[in-house]
Design a protein around this ligand. Structure first.
Ligand code: ZN
Length: 82
């Protein structure tokens, strides 16, 4: 059941991400909610047991990634569609 919800969230995230990229082109950022979902996925896929994470914020104030306590770093890359 949880897997289903996560898959659905991920699919949604992908669609939203694609729309975001299409709309903004230059700056790519993730919302805190998105980061949370990705972190949850990271914990499941790598069996990470750490409970802390930090958002990575560049100077423009937008969130563009996060770092897990275990050292795992996620950064939203610029547009995959060129
Ligand atoms: Zn971790």
């Amino acid at each position: 059941m949880i897997t289903l919800i996560i898959s659905a969230s991920l699919a949604c995230l992908g669609i939203c991400g694609a729309l975001c990229i299409a709309a903004t082109e230059r700056t790519v950022s993730v919302t805190i909610e998105d980061a949370k979902i990705i972190w949850t996925l990271h914990k499941q896929s790598s069996r990470c047991r750490h409970g802390k994470w930090m958002l990575i914020k560049p100077k423009n104030g937008k969130v563009n990634g996060f770092q897990c306590e275990c050292g795992y770093k996620y950064l939203q890359k610029k547009s995959l569609i060129t």
